[in-house]
Design a protein. Structure first.
Ligand code: MN
Length: 490
């Protein structure tokens, strides 16, 4: 939960200006903290911690921040000039996300009021440059936000970064449950789990499908009745095959029991290993995703983990986040679109209308006809994100997209569907995505921006590739080439 975390506001200064100036700096820092908390744009509480004047104070504060699980990051600002050699020892120990907030107390320069006293007190313009140098010199992973602290867009950006810093904290605690291995012979869903745990903290482990089958068998009718009532509250029952729907409820309850027992927030399965199960979980996985659990099909644990982290980071927002797969294109010249769907498992948080529960044959896997939710995704700006293992490093690829109302009814397509135009256009976007090695599985979200994924990649120290309206295939190829060289040198 975002509310479980706080951020520490640290204001840089020094003893040079006398106690009166330091008292004013501290009082203003407290006032700014209170006002920003009151404004309601920040998802987590900002806590004024310190007007930093000595190296020892700064080092102690960093040690305290590292140790405090509630503290998800530091927000620092240089109200006056704070000589940055004072910060080196502390910053070398820092293990928490860091935001340099380049602001100032007053919005305008007071025409009559500006004199040498004012200059001594209000030195952020050059204090923040001294601090910027030491960040650059130390190669510190930092977010830099410049702007007047009372402005809504500035607070929103700070809030967006806070969400990502919480995502980083949750990432380091994340456990993923795998039922079965990855789909046979598929490359992009593979990855170095040791490297991923080192970089992102994810504990990715396997549990027996046989144990899940036993847990499914032990679910009671009363438990199923309660979940069916919840399905009926949220979805339209568009099938007479209630037995199939009840079996999905049975699967959902069993999966949730095992996830909660092990403290896992994400899971994978594969249609190639459903030993002892009657259906591939469809509705079950969709409803679990709607509750915040991550899911990846065909054993794709990377996309599963990212799905739950994105849901954590976007808590309280209403656009929606889903496991997604690029399915097929509509290639009308000049109006090209991509159709995203999956065999079953798209999260209903992205639905434009009330989803329908339907039962249809699956065609692969050789199991009973599974119940699933069928709906259209809603229009709006969104991103698709893929995490791939390049061998020796992870690459996160994020593409801006514009979702549209699907241009066809597709009455015989028995699954949830989302249609979008990728940036800069479908054909260039596809060339860039393929050039970068992006997977067919993605997390699609309306609730976070590419800037936030870049912030996440920076905090976790992984490669980031952004395909935007300004990307060309030529520029991207060069960027990837130079990035490859740079990452190999690290
Ligand atoms: Mn798939």
């Amino acid at each position: 939960m975002l509310k479980d975390y706080e951020f520490w506001f640290v204001v840089g200064s020094q003893f040079l200006y006398g106690p009166e100036v330091l008292d004013i700096v501290a009082a203003r820092a407290k006032e700014m903290t209170d006002e920003m908390n009151k404004a309601g744009k920040l998802p987590c509480r900002l806590v004024y911690k310190l007007t930093a004047k000595t190296p020892d104070e700064i080092t102690q504060l960093v040690k305290d921040a590292n140790y405090d699980d509630k503290c998800a990051g530091l927000v620092v600002w240089m109200h006056t000039f704070s000589p940055s050699k004072m910060w080196i020892n502390g910053l070398e120990l820092l293990q928490k996300p860091y935001c340099h907030f380049a602001t100032q107390y007053n919005r305008n320069i007071p025409n009559e009021g500006i004199d040498m006293d004012f200059m001594n007190l209000n030195q952020a313009a050059h204090g923040d440059r001294e601090h910027g140098f030491i960040g650059a010199r130390l190669r510190l992973k930092r977010k830099i936000i410049a702007g007047f602290w009372q402005d809504d867009p500035v607070q929103e950006r700070l809030g967006n970064w806070m969400r990502v810093a919480v995502g980083a904290a949750e990432s380091r605690k994340l456990k993923v449950m795998r039922f079965g291995d990855n789909m046979r012979n598929v490359a992009v869903t593979e990855g170095d789990k040791v490297e991923v745990q080192k970089k992102l903290g994810w504990q990715v482990n396997t549990w027996p499908v046989g144990e899940l089958a036993e847990t499914i068998a032990a679910v009671t009718d009363a438990e199923i009745d309660a979940l069916i009532a919840e399905y009926k509250k949220n979805y339209d029952m568009n099938t007479d095959n209630l037995a199939s729907v009840r079996y999905q409820a049975r699967e959902e309850i069993a999966i949730k029991k095992m996830l909660d027992r092990e403290g896992c927030k994400a899971y994978t399965n594969t249609f190639e290993d459903l030993c002892g199960m009657d259906q591939l979980p469809g509705l079950a996985s969709q409803h679990l995703m709607a509750q915040g659990y991550g899911f990846g099909a065909e054993g794709d644990w990377k996309v599963s983990a990212m799905t739950t982290l994105v849901k954590t980071m976007s808590e309280g927002r209403s656009g929606g986040t889903a496991f997604m797969e690029d399915y097929t294109y509509d290639l009308t010249p000049g109006k090209e679109l991509s159709l995203g769907a999956h065999m079953l498992e798209v999260c209903p948080s992205v639905a434009a209308e009330r989803p329908k529960i339907e039962v249809h044959p699956l065609g692969i896997g050789g199991k009973d006809d599974p119940a699933r939710l069928v709906f259209e995704g809603h229009p709006g700006k969104a991103v698709v994100v893929s995490l791939i293992d390049m061998g020796g490093r992870l690459r996160m690829i994020c593409q801006d997209i514009e979702c549209v109302k699907p241009i066809y009814e597709m009455p015989n397509l028995p699954v949830a569907r989302v249609m979008w135009r990728p940036e800069p256009d479908l054909l260039t976007g596809v060339e860039c995505w393929i050039q970068a090695g992006g997977a067919h599985h993605t997390v699609l979200t309306y609730d976070l921006t590419a800037e936030q994924f870049e912030d996440f990649a920076r905090i976790m120290d992984i490669e980031f590739v952004h395909i935007s309206k300004d990307t060309t295939a030529e520029s991207l190829e060069k960027e990837l080439f130079f990035a490859d060289v740079a990452w190999k040198l690290r």
